[in-house]
Each structure stands twice: as C-alpha cells, then as structure tokens.
Write a new protein. Structure first.
Length: 419
C-alpha cells in the first residue's frame, strides 16, 4: 500500500497551466470516479483551487506514472507541457505535505485560512463520490486535526497580512461594536470586495458602496446585502459613515479636507475612521489634521502587515514542530495497520479455543459434574490450551538460541522476571 500525490501549484506552474488543470464542481464527481477506477488505485481525492491542483491516491504500488498519464489524457495536455511543472509525494512526504497545505504553510500568503476550507471541500467531494477509503479518509481527518492544533497552539493566523484585513482589524480597535457602525467603501475592485467580505464576517451593521460606475457598485453591494450609490452622491452620504475605506484608480483625490470637515460637523463630531488604500491617494493628507478623524494610509498598514508577517514566520516555525509530531502519530497509525490481521487471527484462535473448552465443560455438567468442579476444570483446561503454543515456541526459540524471540515474547506478554 502506497499513499501517492501528484500536483502543481503557484510556485511550480504559471496560471496558463494551472487553469488547464482546474476541476470545477460540475466535473469533479465524474473525474474522481474515473480516477478511482484506474488499475492499482483504490482511493482518490482531488484538491483544486486557483493556486493549486493536487491528486491524492492510495495505490497498490509507487507507480506515479499511472496517475500522471491519466491527468495528461483526461485533460488533453501534451506531456512536455505538463511534466516540468509537476511535483510528486508518497507516504511520509505526502502526509507532511498535506498537513503543511492545510495549515497554510505552503500558501502564497503564509498562514492563510481559506485553504483549510478548500481541503475540507475536497474531502467532502471525494466522500460523496465514494472514492475515499480507510487510509485517505483517515489521513484527511488527521490533516484537519493537525491544522486545528496549529491554529490553536500558534499565532499563525492571528495577525492580518492583507491591507483589507488590516483595515478591518483597526476598525475593530476603534469601535467597540461593528454591528452598530456604517461603512462606506469607495471603489468596486478586488481590495474593496475583500474589505466588504471581512466587514461582513465581523458583523458590520451597514455597508454603502460608492463607485464611479453605479452598476459595478450595485453588483458588489448586492453580494454583501449593501446599498449602492454613484460616486457623485458621496457628499450626501458621507456623514452617515463611521468607517470609510477607499481604493480607486483615480489620479486626483476624491475626498478633500473641507468635505470631510462638513461631514464631521453633521455627525456632531462623532469619530470617523478612514483608510486610504489607493496610490495615488484618494483622501487628501490634510484630512488627518481634523479632530475626530482617524486617517490611515496604505503605508501605515504596510508597517503593520510587515510586522505581522514576521509574527507569522515565527509561528510557522512552531507549526513545523507540531507537524513533525503529527506526522509521526499518523505514521504510527499506518504501521499499526500491518499488525491488525495478526491480532484478528490471534483473537479468532483464542475465541475458538474458548468455545471448544466451554462446550466440553457444559457437557460434563449435563452429565452430573458439579458447578465448582466444572469451573476449576474450565479454568485449568483453558489456561493450558492458551499458553501451550506460545510456551512451545519460546522453548524452541531457547533451543535455537533465538534470544530476540525470547525478548520479544517477554515484551509482548509484559512478563516480570521471577526468582
């Protein structure tokens, strides 16, 4: 039995290759079943994200080419177009790799948490497709447990490392309850989308999205149960904002000191938290001179992010130590599986001896033997039968000077030395 993996990720392959190996939900189930039907493959799972595609298998041998050939044929890719970007793992290498992936140690953003959810989705898809079995199923469960331990015992995910997340973290420090605050987000690009997502996850009360193109603002606001306005309407709504985050491609500032000062007066000097993530700036630098306004720029957040990345790298070192231990735990479980058939056979043999001895004793009781005599006979006979074969084998080991077997017997039966 071999645990085998083949994959590509953002480090080994460009997006032009990664997108050719993407497995959207509509083909994932059939692909899993097709992979599972391959000769020598008894279990299969596929992890497919924008940054990686990995195929996990339990195989009767270490022939990775069966898996690689299947990928090439099913995705209609020329071997030379794919093989330079592939990496492969087996057994202990694969176990460690899966643990590191789930913990975010192999991610583009160190320690990012989304990959764990993606791995759980891969497990769920394989489970529903019926392509998981004893070994991969157990490996996934142990992977999730290892990731949970790393998240619990280290600070790998506690420090924000994106400007959007850092902005939301700062907002939480200024306002006790985000659920009672209104946020105006200016722009409709990826950074604003990420900011909206983090705000919603942290329970923001209300979101208003302003953009030069109203349709884009409306499309984004709809996804987060927000309210869309055109950029030209911003002055009328600015006083409603407890939080303002701006990230546009404008070449000129969108908010000046006068406009923000007017909004603060309308708010009766209730504090306003502003984050300018744009380069060049969307908010005039003079705004930070206003009382009751907390203005941060992308450079302010970058210092926080750099410090947090250092924290994550230190946490990653702790995480690697935890993973070392967890890998050994899983390898111990794997090794123990080789003894299961022996344990089963030993138990069957003992139970057969028990049943035969019990039946003979019951027959003697039916012929008039007293219960006390029957119990004594049962105990004596059963003991002799159970120790007869081990005793004979140990005696033979002694005759053949097999001291290793004698030592193993003492360990297996936990024997104390007698006088």
């Amino acid at each position: 039995m071999t645990l085998l993996a083949v994959g590509i990720n953002y480090n080994t392959a460009p997006v032009s290759i990664r997108e050719r190996l993407a497995y959207p939900a509509e083909i994932l189930d059939s692909s899993l079943k097709d992979l599972w039907r391959l000769r020598d493959i008894s279990e299969a799972a596929i992890l497919s994200t924008c940054n990686r595609t990995e195929f996990y298998c339990e195989s009767s041998n270490e022939n990775k080419h069966i898996l690689i050939d299947w990928v090439i044929q099913t995705r209609n890719i020329k071997p030379n177009d794919l093989t330079p970007y592939l990496y492969t793992y087996n057994d202990s290498q694969l176990i460690r790799h899966m643990f590191r992936v789930a913990c975010g140690l192999d991610s583009m953003v160190l320690g990012e948490p989304q990959i764990l959810g993606q791995m759980k989705a891969a497990y769920q898809a394989a489970n529903e497709a019926g392509t998981l079995g004893k070994y991969l199923g157990k490996l996934f469960q142990h992977t999730f447990a290892a990731a949970k331990k790393v998240r619990t015992d280290t600070a790998i995910g506690s420090s924000p490392v994106s400007v959007a997340f850092a902005a939301v973290q700062l907002a939480q420090q200024i306002f006790d309850k985000l659920s009672e605050q209104t946020a105006i987000l200016i722009g409709a690009g990826e950074t604003i989308e990420l900011t909206a997502r983090h705000l919603v996850q942290h329970g923001i009360g209300r979101i208003i999205i302003a953009n030069r193109t109203y349709d884009k603002a409306h499309a984004l606001a709809t996804r987060f149960n927000g309210y869309a306005i055109a950029l030209s309407e911003l002055p009328m709504h600015l006083a409603e904002a407890d939080i303002v985050v701006s990230s546009t491609a404008s070449s000129l500032p969108i908010l000046g000191k006068g406009r923000v000062e007017s909004a603060i007066k309308k708010r009766k000097h209730k504090p306003m938290f502003m984050v300018d993530l744009a380069v060049p700036r969307d908010i005039e630098s003079e705004v930070e001179q206003l009382n009751d306004v907390y203005l941060y720029t992308v450079d302010d957040l970058k210092n926080t992010i750099d410090q947090n990345m250092d924290n994550r790298r230190k946490a990653a070192e702790q995480a690697e130590e935890i993973i070392d231990t967890q890998v050994e735990h899983f390898l111990s479980w794997l090794r123990s599986q080789g003894a299961l058939s022996t344990i089963k056979d030993f138990r069957i043999q003992a139970e057969k001896t028990r049943d035969e001895t019990l039946e003979r004793t019951l027959a003697l009781m039916r012929n008039g033997l007293s219960a006390e005599e029957a119990l004594q006979r049962l105990a004596h006979t059963l003991t002799n039968k159970l120790i007869h074969t081990p005793s004979s084998q140990i005696r033979e080991a002694g005759a053949n000077e097999r001291h290793d077997l004698i030592a193993a017997a003492r360990e297996i039966f936990k024997l104390n030395h007698t006088q």
